[in-house]
Design a protein around this ligand. Structure first.
Ligand code: 2P0
Length: 339
């Protein structure tokens, strides 16, 4: 059994919209922080001769695309034998916490390890992106910029230990969202009159956020992170039919963050394609922010995170993992390599 883990990421400047080329090529640049603690595990083993690929989330999750990705990855990585794949996350999946980013980054790593030949000249960024756009940012730790266009690159702007920011996450709904990011992006790009303005505003936000990260300047970072998230949602709301990812508790948490700021706590929110609210603050403020968010009606629980590392191979499943019974006796090769 081959095991790899990767973390989710929080986009400080968001990717929302694709080009027509396919493979989840983004229409706008984005910049994220990889989140320690929000982790997905990918387990891969080979199937017997005559069997075909099998790829599932455990417990069952958004399987759409998982099998297609495995077939594509086997072709790109030249994996001749059929594979059995299980993906699991230690946080709610499909609800706006970037489970697809961590899952496809972990799966890219695990499948690259399963390849018969070293995948030296395979573009793992493009492979991870084809599973889920934001997964290419989870291939690196710390603060990561995904630049688009002819010169598409994914690069680390700063390492995880450059700035030990705290990210406090208010979970307002555990169930999967009603509309996938994929569908949401297509609908926004094709029907929202604000979409062009969203793309036009991207370079300014990107440059401000990149500079603020490099200078560790939360007072400069926070307002741009908040406005970028709100502009993404405003653009999506302008679609036909409208896209509203928020719950009443989402708005209540946003207001609580503004109230905390009025009281002097430097805390700023971001929201992805789901109802959860991610709040960025200095580590010293995190206990107070978490306590305040826990009290907001409709908040189910509060998760804590900070900048984390890129994917890595594992010898053993992490302590939180519960693989399906038939997997539990599957040996892991020494060094985590392919069998
Ligand atoms: C982001 N999101 O930059 C943005 C902000 C959600 C809101 O990337 O269609 O699962 O697989 O490329 O990466 C979530 O969408 O979408 C996402 P696909 P993905 O993090």
């Amino acid at each position: 059994m081959i095991l790899a883990q990767a973390h989710a990421n929080l986009a400080l400047v968001k990717y929302w919209g694709k080009t027509a080329e396919g493979g989840n090529r983004a229409a706008n640049a984005s910049l994220s922080v990889t989140l320690d603690g929000l982790t997905s595990l990918a387990a891969v083993r080979f199937r017997s001769r005559g069997e075909s690929d099998r790829a599932v989330w455990h417990p069952p999750g958004p399987t759409e695309g998982l099998g297609r990705f495995v077939a594509h990855a086997r072709e790109v990585l030249r994996i001749r034998r059929a594979v059995d794949v299980v993906v699991q996350s230690n946080f709610p999946v499909g609800s706006g916490l970037a489970s697809s980013a961590s899952a496809y980054a972990a799966l890219t790593y695990a499948l690259a390890e399963a390849a018969d030949e070293a995948p030296g000249n395979v573009d793992l960024t493009a492979l991870a992106r084809s599973g889920s756009g934001s997964a290419c940012r989870s291939l690196l730790g710390g603060f990561v910029e995904w630049q688009v266009g002819a010169e598409e690159t994914v690069r680390q702007v700063a390492a995880a230990d450059h700035w030990p920011l705290a990210v406090v996450i208010a979970v307002t709904r555990e169930e999967p969202k009603h509309i996938s990011s994929r569908e949401g992006m297509v609908r926004t790009a094709s029907t929202s009159p604000f979409y062009r303005a969203w793309l036009d505003a991207n370079p300014a936000d990107l440059s401000l956020v990149r500079d603020a990260v490099q200078r560790r300047d939360l007072a400069a970072l926070g307002p741009v992170v908040e406005r970028n998230a709100l502009r993404m949602h405003a653009t999506a709301l302008g679609s036909t039919p409208p896209l509203l990812y928020w719950e009443p508790a989402t708005v209540a948490v946003m207001r609580e963050v503004w109230r905390l700021r009025e009281e002097g706590t430097a805390a700023f929110f971001s929201i992805d394609a789901g109802p959860q609210v991610k709040v960025v603050c200095e580590p010293g403020a995190a206990d107070g922010v978490a306590a305040a968010l826990t009290e907001v009606p409709g908040v189910h629980r509060v998760l804590r995170s900070r900048p984390g590392q890129g994917p890595r191979m594992l010898r053993e499943p992490p302590s939180w993992a519960r693989l399906p019974a038939p997997w539990q006796d599957t040996p892991t090769p020494a060094g985590g390599g392919a069998t």
